[in-house]
Design a protein around this ligand. Structure first.
Ligand SMILES: O=C(O)c1cccc(C(=O)CC[C@H]2O[C@@H](n3cnc4c(=O)[nH]cnc43)[C@H](O)[C@@H]2O)c1
Length: 209
């Protein structure tokens, strides 16, 4: 199985490559557009069976330095503001706001790594207030993390007919901006640890499906 891992920045790419040589790893840039463009370009080669969006992220009620796996990858701010509140593009008759990774693979990975599972939100703006964090929690009660690239990677993968996963190591809590509280080093270490455990799970998933 050939797996492409898409990170935002070189530090995340290096955290993954330190763990294993089993992946092709690409640092695509920050945000869903850069992630989608780079992923689609790489997938056009036609050589990949799986794509993983990976990096650091903000956690909803999960410990800093822990890792979460997406069972749903959701574009949280793709829609329209209306007097009645936010309306996702799907309710306007367009596109998609959610991609679902293969459930059995997510379960196998969670069992092997101890990672928590849940919805991982993709946002174009890092949440920086308690009010916005509360609104996201209300709209997405199953959310465990937010980041900025997963939906772009998953959308590109979907358009190529390839499954996508999202793996986020939690560097900060989603909420009021507190840059000093971010634990980026711990999150990158956690990213390396989990990617060391992923290859055998992918191999056994591949051989059974
Ligand atoms: O505000 C700052 O000073 C600051 C310093 C370092 C990094 C940032 C980022 O915004 C990094 C965005 C980057 O990391 C992912 N990420 C990490 N935590 C979050 C979050 O709570 N919400 C959204 N994205 C997050 C994201 O995927 C980007 O690749 C800011």
């Amino acid at each position: 199985m050939r797996t492409l891992v898409v990170t935002a920045v070189p530090a995340e790419r290096d955290a993954v490559t330190r763990a294993s040589g089993a992946f092709d790893v690409l640092a695509a840039g920050v945000g869903p557009a850069a992630a989608a463009a780079a992923t689609a370009t790489a997938l056009a080669l036609g050589t990949y069976d799986l794509v993983i969006s990976a990096g650091i992220g903000g956690g909803f009620g999960v410990p800093l330095g822990s890792v979460v796996l997406a069972d749903a990858i959701v574009a949280a701010d793709l829609g329209a503001e209306t007097p009645g509140g936010f309306v996702p593009v799907t309710e306007l008759g367009f596109g998609a706001v959610e991609h679902r990774p293969p459930a059995d693979l997510v379960r196998n990975l969670a069992d092997a790594t101890g990672a928590a599972t849940g919805t991982v939100l993709t946002v174009s703006t890092v949440t920086g207030t308690a009010e916005r964090a509360a609104a996201l929690r209300t709209a997405h009660p199953d959310a465990v993390a937010e980041a900025m690239e997963g939906f772009g990677v998953a959308e590109a993968a979907h358009q190529h007919g390839i499954p996508a996963l999202e793996v986020r190591a939690v560097s900060n809590a989603v909420g009021p901006r507190d840059r000093d509280a971010w634990r980026i080093g711990d999150a990158l270490t956690a990213l390396t640890e989990i990617f060391g455990k992923i290859p055998p799970v992918l191999e056994s998933w591949n051989s059974h499906d």
